[in-house]
Write a protein that binds this ligand. Structure first.
Ligand SMILES: Nc1ncnc2c1ncn2[C@@H]1O[C@H](COP(=O)(O)OP(=O)(O)OP(=O)(O)O)[C@@H](O)[C@H]1O
Length: 247
């Protein structure tokens, strides 16, 4: 039985710049269970990235609360938030965000060094995760020497190596072709099933989101629709996603 893991309670986000106020998130509440693979869809400007940034504690909500395992993460200081991210979260971005002067392998184990781990433990973990993501053969290459798909799998390995409980991915397939997108989504699914890692993925791609088992559709900063895969087959689910997009 999966337990309640993340609870968003009436989150609001307003941006204010030179006297203009934009309402990006308009009182959103939802719950995520541990081990879910969540998709967040919605047209440009609907608030997807704002929501992900607030959940990831890289930005703060204007109002409302987020409970992570019962702890209110909206009440933490900046230092506490940094520590929280280091202990619990892994981030995957559209443009991979790898460090060019480090090899693939070094890019992955840097987060472990940052948390004070060292020696053979670091190498074993890095090795294991590279094997799962099929990037062991390119361990000593630099990011510019490998394909976009391989770079993104390296970014995923970096996000996972710390035993992150929650992976936040913002358009992870946005810069990938169809074949690499499919491969990445298959690996996300494998990670989600094997390690029970909770994944929250923002995307506007119906095909990518069809790998998620629970989807929120955003419109004007509100949840306009919610969809569960349930017992649907892949094609049936994709059809339901396309229908929901048109509502
Ligand atoms: N830093 C900011 N300052 C002012 N307004 C912002 C800022 N970031 C986002 N917004 C506004 O907030 C609203 C929601 O933006 P957000 O980036 O969350 O949407 P999104 O669904 O992720 O869009 P996209 O798919 O285009 O990335 C938009 O109207 C946007 O213009």
């Amino acid at each position: 039985m999966m337990s309640a893991f993340i609870k968003m309670d009436n989150i609001e986000k307003y941006y204010e710049s030179s006297g203009n106020v934009t309402k990006a998130i308009d009182r959103i509440s939802f719950e995520i269970k541990e081990g879910e693979f969540i998709g967040i869809m919605g047209e440009s400007g609907s608030g997807k990235t704002s929501l992900l940034n607030i959940l990831g504690t890289v930005d703060t909500a204007t109002a409302g609360h987020i409970y992570f395992d019962g702890k209110d993460i909206t009440k933490m200081s900046e230092d506490e938030r940094a520590e929280f991210r280091k202990q619990n979260l892994g981030f995957v971005f559209q443009n991979f965000n790898l460090l060019d002067m480090l090899t693939i392998q070094e890019n992955i184990y840097i987060p472990l060094l940052l948390t004070g781990k060292k020696g053979t433990d670091v190498m074993q973990k890095t090795d294991k995760i590279m094997e799962i993501l099929e990037i062991k053969a390119i361990a000593n290459k630099y990011p510019y020497q490998v394909s976009g798909g391989q770079q993104q799998r390296c970014a995923c390995a970096r996000a996972l190596v710390n035993n992150s409980r929650l992976i936040l991915a913002d358009e992870p397939t946005g810069a990938l072709d169809a074949r690499n997108s499919e491969k990445l989504m298959e690996m996300f699914t494998e990670i989600n099933e094997k390690f029970k890692t909770t994944i929250v993925m923002v995307t506007h791609d119906p095909f990518s989101v069809s790998y998620c088992n629970h989807i929120f559709f955003l419109k004007n900063g509100k949840i306009s629709y919610e969809l569960y895969k349930g017992a649907r087959g892949k094609e049936q689910y994709l059809a339901a996603i396309l229908d929901a997009q048109n509502i």
